[in-house]
Design a protein around this ligand. Sequence first.
Ligand SMILES: [Zn+2]
Length: 133
Amino acid sequence: MSKKTCRKRYCNEPPVKYRYCKTHYSECLLKEKRRERALILLQTGEIEGERISKPDLNQEFIQLNSFWSDACIAAQTKADVGHITYKQAEQTLSLCKSLAEAFVDEELMYRGHPEGKGPEGFTKDLIWKKIIN
Ligand SMILES: [Zn+2]
C-alpha cells in the first residue's frame, strides 16, 4: 500500500497538492515567493516595487549588493574579482541569495507585512560570516 500522507517528514496529514498537506503546501509556496522576491531584490534593489526602507538594513544591502556584483562578474568571467575568487563565486552567489531572503523577511516585517514572511530561514549573522570568510 502506498503512503498517502504529506511528503514532509514526520507529517501525517493527507496530501492536497504536490503530495504536500495543506499546511506544508502553503509553507512551500511562501518559500518560493520569498526566493523569488530575494532574486528580484538582488537584481533591482527593490522588494514589491520599493527600495528597502529600514535604514540599517539599507546599509547592509549596499554591502550585500557589492558582494553579489563581484560574485556575478567572477562567475561570468571565470576570474577573481575584488575579494571573491572565481572558485568561491558560485558559493557566494548562493549565500547572497539566502541573505537576500533574510532581508526580504526583515523589510516586510518593518513595513508591517509580517504575513509576507516565509518559514524560518538562516540567521543573517551566520550567512554574513560565511560570505566574508
Ligand atoms: Zn504536511
